[in-house]
Design a binder for this molecule. Structure first.
Ligand SMILES: Nc1ncnc2c1ncn2[C@@H]1O[C@H](COP(=O)(O)OP(=O)(O)O)[C@@H](O)[C@H]1O
Ligand SMILES: N[C@@H](CCC(=O)OP(=O)(O)O)C(=O)O
Length: 363
């Protein structure tokens, strides 16, 4: 029994497109009704719930006379714009059958990370909870083009779980858990439990169903965001909805590994566009990854891009791999001058590190 889930007071439930779509590609209205009934029951039992639901594009196909999910982004966005209203109407009617009121929130990953919009979103969630309303979230597909392509409803759900301080995140899909490789691959087996995502060796390279986007890659990213913030994650098939919510041992359970991280660091890891890069030597990589030390000027070998103090930058190791992101402690010009002087530590030492350890996030 997974008491982390059965005892959870705040739960974020994410339903993927693949679980809401019939074989002909259209919205599965029966499924919407079942999900609403189960969640309304949970809500009545006193839990605070957020539903993150895809399915807008699928719902928009029939009214637009489309036979399958369109390939081009503009038609996908148009289908989502048509379908979202229909999707939310189905949910609204189905929840109302059980006496529950829902609210529609259309957000992007940026919205839940950028300081001003984050606060507004948080206020709205808090007030809806107090009013006893169930928030139903989808990406704002009109502006979130990246998400349509990469299935960021998974990441969005994890970030919302962080935002509302959820105890558990449940990811429902068309597969009954995380497999060692694509489930069609001979010999692939399902993992019951994952304690450390970073040390996993599973193949997520094959994209998902024809309907969904992102496949397992974005689900693992979501699990990483949530578990590293102390939130338990379950990934399973939508047919296992009731069991998963009841804490039964279905699908794959991801053990929470960390404590909540400051929002600024989440923004840095998941939304910020780096303004530049600093290349560092092997000793500096060891210092920041193993000893969790600040990045000192002495380890910097090269500076790329133009950035100011406080801008997000990437830290790149000698093998050209990005090892961390951080907020720059110095602007790029200052750093370049210090490097040119041949004594970076002497030139900058008294003014602090290139990236302070508290403003650094390992990738
Ligand atoms: N290692 C793996 N384990 C499980 N499923 C995988 C794996 N690699 C790829 N997949 C695929 O990921 C799909 C789920 O992702 P996706 O289609 O994006 O779903 P959703 O619409 O629910 O977000 C599964 O149907 C499966 O085919
Ligand atoms: N926001 C879009 C879908 C994005 C998407 O496909 O996400 P997912 O189901 O998580 O793979 C929609 O509602 O159709």
């Amino acid at each position: 029994m997974r008491t982390e889930v059965s005892d959870a007071k705040r739960i974020v439930v994410k339903i993927g497109s693949s679980s809401l779509t019939r074989p002909d590609g259209h919205l599965d209205e029966v499924r919407v009704t079942e999900i609403a009934a189960a969640l309304a029951r949970l809500h009545r039992s006193g839990k605070r719930i957020v539903l993150v639901s895809s399915g807008a594009i699928a719902a928009g196909l029939r009214p637009l006379g489309l036979k399958r999910r369109p390939r081009d982004l503009e038609t996908q966005q148009a289908a989502a714009a048509v379908g979202q209203g229909m999707l939310i109407r189905h949910y609204s009617d189905a929840f109302a059958e059980h006496g529950a009121i829902i609210a529609q929130l259309l957000l992007t990953v940026e919205d839940v990370l950028r300081p001003t919009t984050y606060r507004n979103a948080l206020n709205t969630f808090s007030r809806l909870f107090r009013l006893g309303v169930i928030p139903v979230v989808n990406e704002n597909d009109t502006t979130a083009t990246h998400e349509i392509r990469f299935g960021d409803n998974d990441r969005l759900a994890a970030l919302i779980a962080h935002l509302v301080r959820a105890d558990a995140l449940l990811l429902f899909s068309d597969v009954d858990g995380l497999y060692t490789a694509h489930p069609d691959t001979p010999g692939a087996t399902r993992l019951d439990r994952v304690d450390d995502i970073a040390s996993l060796s599973v193949d997520t390279s094959r994209v998902g169903s024809k309907i969904g986007t992102g496949g397992m890659r974005t689900k693992l990213q979501a699990a990483e965001i949530a578990t590293s913030a102390g939130i338990s994650v379950v990934l399973t098939h939508v047919d296992r909805f009731e069991e998963a919510i009841g804490g039964e041992e279905v699908g794959t359970f991801f053990t929470p590994s960390g404590k909540r991280r400051p929002r600024r660091l989440l923004w840095l890891a998941h939304a910020a566009e780096p303004r530049g890069r600093v290349h560092v030597d092997a000793g500096a990589v060891r210092a920041i990854t193993k000893r969790h030390a600040s990045l000192l000027p002495v380890g910097v070998t090269q500076v790329e891009g133009a950035f100011a103090e406080g801008d997000p930058i990437e830290v790149v190791g000698p093998d050209d791999l990005v090892v961390a992101r951080g907020f720059a402690g110095h602007g790029s010009h200052e750093l370049l001058d210090a490097l040119a002087s041949g004594d970076a530590d002497g030139a900058l030492g008294m003014h602090g590190p290139v990236v302070h350890r508290d403003l650094l996030i390992l990738l």
